[in-house]
Structure formats: structure tokens, C-alpha cells
Design a protein around this ligand. Structure first.
Ligand code: 2HG
Ligand code: ZN
Length: 455
């Protein structure tokens, strides 16, 4: 990258927001679990959509690619800079509009964290529905770009269901402004829908108009021990009858043990005495505990209210970080029809080498498993392919909520088929003909570096 380009970028965002020093760049160049190595000549930190547009224009004119990054909590290398790309950090786009209590919507900048968004909505008695463990760091832009899911999808759907409108910068630096958030609109293609899940390859998302939901602040949770995963799946149809069901999380015993060991706490139930654990959460405007108490009457489980519920969530939210302390895992975020979950888990155990630790948890209602295998060594690559093929054979998806990134780019066409993948390529070509935006993500093109075996 030329000195002239650095100078142009400094003129746009100010001297202190173009980071070229290796120490300053470091936290932007690797993902938080240190799965992916990257490199960038500079990190650029714009503070407005106009600045983003100007940066994109200048980079495009110089033929330098751009990788957009939010909170850098991704798990598939989708926002780690590669191939000399400028790292466009959107963390300074933190504007939060007033909560619209008539429309039940709010406009949030791409750099607003999920936690800040939730707090903002709650101050008006509303809530932002999508939630997961990295809420304090993960941002709106990243959540939109990956179509994030998390624990409340069973009730409110994924990010796609929350996005009422978007503002985004196209590859030539022009701005799409579709933030009106009209609940009914059949005026041609809905570009915000197209951009959700596009992982920064079609445009840079700078703000979103988001749906809000009532703040169900009365909560009650339970941890239920099931004899087997099949029993956990059977339980699901009963859980779906709960009027205030908010989350149904699956934890195989190993996941429970690893998180509790990491936190140094006693597991709420003995992991050796169950084949699978289901964490059920209910939330409502009035105390929902009775529906859980009734449910637990003929199940093996513990009710978790107040601090105990918080402790349960703390444990659930620490599984990823706890696994990270055991080594670099083979990490696969997949989903299959719930009726196929047991088959998939059996297959994974049979395929994993004996010395490996298989830690599985996820979001039961969507059949979404987080498969983490530590210590598979040289067998990792073949194991990954075996699992992904099995997922497709069972009618599932190779990515349920983390995205494709660079991690699964070699598998996307196999899932989509040549026609759908060809259509995706045609859209990419139309919107980003020079492959400026996040090259190598979704569509293979740039060389990439892996540290060890990955998902
Ligand atoms: C979760 O559900 C995240 O906690 C992370 O999606 C999953 O670490 C993982 O595999
Ligand atoms: Zn998850």
C-alpha cells in the first residue's frame, strides 16, 4: 500500500484513526480464539457513514480490498484481514437512535454492541431479541452480516427476522439508505434482506433499523437431565407448549463439566448421571415459574430463579471460552432436522479418534449443534469433512449461525448446489465486480492461513 493512500485515509478519518503500528493492529488481525491469523497494512476507524463511503471509494480506486470488522467475535475467520486488505473497523459507528415505542423499532449504528442495544431498548421497557454470550463485544453490524442467532431464536427468529431496514456502503462507495423500517413494503427487491448473512461480501453495513420486542423481565429457568439425546429431543415437543418459552439450550454432559471446571463451580446436577442436559428458560411480563414447576414435576431437573438462573447462564455462556483453554478445537456450527440429532452425534463420536475430547452443545429447538473436538490432531481435516458430509446427508446445513467465513468456503457449493451457488456468484459479481469486499469469504479467491485444524 502506498504512502499516498495512507495519507488519503488519514485525511478522511483523522491521523489517530489510521493504525499502521504493528502493536496497534494486532488485536484486529487475529480472531479472539486465536483460530485465524491475518495481516493488514492498516486499520481504518471511520466514525460516520460518509467516512466509510469515502474510505471504500479511495481503497477501490487504489485496487486495495477491504475487510469490515465489528467486535471481532466471529468464529469462522470472516472478519480477519487477508491478502493485503485494509481492515475497516466499524466500532466507532455507535450512534443509537431514539426508541420508537409506536413502531417498536430503533436505529443502531453498526458498531453498537448487542448489550448496549439491549440496555437502550430496556430503558424504554422494550428489548432486542437476539442474544448470545458475546453480547458485550459483538456488534450490530457483525450480527447482521452473519445473520446471528443465539439462544432466543425459538421465540423470535434470527437476526434476519429483526432487520427492518439497513444502511450500507456499496463497493463503489455509494450509499444504500433503506432505514424507513416500514413493516409492509412490496416495492421491488428488499436489499436489506439480501445483505443479511452476506458476511461483508456485497456491501459494508453501517446501520440497521431493528425490530424490538416487549421486555419480558420476569424469568425462570430450569436445567433438565435427560437419559439420552433422544429423550431431550422428545422433550422438545412438550417444551414448545410452554406459553413463555424463551430458550431451549442443549448441553451434552462434557460441555457442562468443561464450563463448570473452568469457572471452578460445582455443576448444578451431576454430569455423569445424564445423557444430555436441556436448559429451559421462560420469560414473561408476570412470573412464569409455575409453568416450569409443573413441567419439572415428572422430570429430573432443578429450577433456577434469580441468581441461580444467572449462574446457569454464566455457565452456558462460558462453554466456548472454557473449551478454548483446552487447546485449539475443531469447531463446527451445524444444524440438522431435530429428529436427526441423535444420529449425527453418534456418527461424530464414532468418527472422532479415541484420544480426542468431543464437546457438544447448542440450540436444541433449531437442531443447531456446536461441535467442538479437541485433540484430533492430524485427523482433524478428514473428520471435519466427514461430519459436514453427514450433516448434508441428513438434510442439514454446514453453518447455522456462525457463517461460512473462510472456514467453510470450500463446502458452500456442495450445500447450495451449482444453480443456487451460481446465482450467489452472479449477485456478488454485479455488486462487487472487482472483488473488493471481503475477498475469500463465501467465494474462494484469496490465499488463507490456518493455525491448525479448524471448522
Ligand atoms: C454459543 O452458542 C456460540 O455459545 C459459540 O454460538 C459456539 O463455541 C461455539 O462453538
Ligand atoms: Zn450458538
Amino acid at each position: 500500500m502506498s504512502e499516498a493512500l495512507f495519507a488519503e485515509l488519514r485525511t478522511i478519518v483523522g491521523q489517530s484513526n489510521v493504525l499502521t503500528d504493528a502493536d496497534m493492529r494486532a488485536t484486529y488481525e487475529n480472531d479472539w480464539l486465536r483460530q485465524w491469523d491475518g495481516e493488514t497494512p492498516c486499520v481504518v476507524r471511520p466514525s460516520s457513514v460518509e467516512e466509510v463511503a469515502a474510505v471504500v471509494r479511495v481503497a477501490a480506486a487504489a485496487g486495495v480490498p477491504i475487510v469490515a470488522q465489528g467486535g471481532n467475535t466471529g468464529l469462522v475467520g470472516g472478519s480477519v484481514p487477508r491478502a493485503g486488505a485494509v481492515l475497516l473497523s466499524l466500532q466507532r459507528l455507535t450512534a443509537l437512535g431514539p426508541v420508537d415505542t409506536l413502531a417498536l423499532q430503533v436505529t443502531a449504528g453498526a458498531g453498537v454492541t448487542i448489550d448496549a442495544l439491549q440496555q437502550h431498548a430496556r430503558a424504554s421497557g422494550l428489548d432486542f431479541a437476539v442474544d448470545w454470550g458475546a453480547r458485550a463485544t459483538a456488534t450490530v453490524g457483525g450480527a447482521v452480516s452473519t445473520n446471528a442467532g443465539g439462544s432466543r431464536v425459538v421465540r423470535f427468529g434470527t437476526m434476519r427476522a429483526q432487520v427492518m431496514g439497513l444502511q450500507a456502503v456499496l463497493a463503489d462507495g455509494s450509499i444504500i439508505d433503506e432505514l424507513a423500517g416500514l413493516p409492509k413494503e412490496t416495492a421491488g427487491l428488499h436489499l436489506p434482506s439480501l445483505l443479511v448473512g452476506s458476511e461483508g461480501t456485497l456491501a459494508v453495513v453501517t446501520a440497521a433499523r431493528l425490530r424490538l420486542v416487549p421486555w419480558y423481565r420476569e424469568t425462570a429457568a430450569a436445567l433438565v437431565a435427560c437419559d439420552s439425546l433422544t429423550d431431550a429431543v422428545l422433550l422438545l415437543s412438550r417444551l414448545r407448549q410452554l406459553p413463555n418459552l424463551d430458550a431451549v439450550e442443549l448441553m451434552m454432559p462434557e460441555a457442562l463439566s468443561v464450563a463448570c471446571e473452568f469457572l471452578g463451580v460445582k455443576p448444578p446436577m451431576d454430569p455423569r448421571e445424564a445423557g444430555a442436559f436441556v436448559m429451559v428458560d421462560c420469560a414473561a411480563l408476570t412470573d412464569p415459574r409455575d409453568e416450569l414447576i409443573e413441567l419439572l414435576a415428572d422430570l429430573r431437573g432443578v429450577l433456577a430463579l434469580g441468581n441461580q438462573r444467572e449462574a446457569l447462564y454464566r455457565m452456558r455462556d462460558h462453554i466456548t471460552i472454557a473449551i478454548g483453554t483446552l487447546g485449539v478445537p475443531l469447531k463446527l456450527d451445524v444444524a440438522v432436522p431435530v429428529a436427526q440429532l441423535d444420529r449425527l452425534v453418534r456418527l461424530i463420536h464414532a468418527a472422532a479418534p479415541g484420544e480426542a475430547r468431543v464437546i457438544i452443545f447448542g440450540h436444541l429447538a433449531e437442531g443447531n449443534l456446536h461441535v467442538n473436538i479437541v485433540g484430533a490432531g492430524d485427523a482433524s481435516a478428514a473428520l471435519r469433512d466427514r461430519v459436514l458430509q453427514a450433516v448434508l446427508d441428513l438434510g442439514g446445513t454446514i453453518s447455522a449461525e456462525h457463517g461460512i467465513g473462510v472456514a467453510k468456503v470450500d463446502w458452500l457449493e456442495r450445500q447450495k448446489g451449482p444453480v443456487a451457488y451460481g446465482a450467489m456468484r452472479a449477485i456478488k459479481k454485479a455488486l462487487d465486480p472487482k472483488n473488493q469486499l471481503n475477498p475469500g469469504v463465501l467465494f474462494a479467491s484469496a490465499p488463507r492461513r490456518r493455525r491448525a485444524a479448524r471448522g
